[in-house]
Design a protein around this ligand. Sequence first.
Ligand SMILES: [Zn+2]
Length: 124
Amino acid sequence: MDVQVVENSPFARLARMVLKSKNVAMVLGKKVHLSGVSKEVFLKNDGWVAHELCHVEQFRQHGYLRFLWLYLVESMRVGYYNNKYEVEARLAGMKHTQHLAAVQKAASTVKPIELPLPAYKRET
Ligand SMILES: [Zn+2]
């Protein structure tokens, strides 16, 4: 997927004002527009990236203008939070972080004391 990240985007700044949010990432086609957050910080947040990549996929599925229209209609109908495209993207982001949490949990349950003893100690 050839996705571009645009920093200091005027589109994202507008969305930031509308959503009254400190930092915003918004997808237009294959571009992730950022405002209030650097590309570096955004890319480190795997859950957030997964969320925005889900929107890229939605644009791909429905077509650029058609998706913009569908998204707008859906937002007017049920609002931003309950917008089905946001729900889908939120799930994609959460699935990612849940997966990550499970991996971290598994890693933290390995206690050094449970590790196999070095061979020379087992011989005795
Ligand atoms: Zn979203």
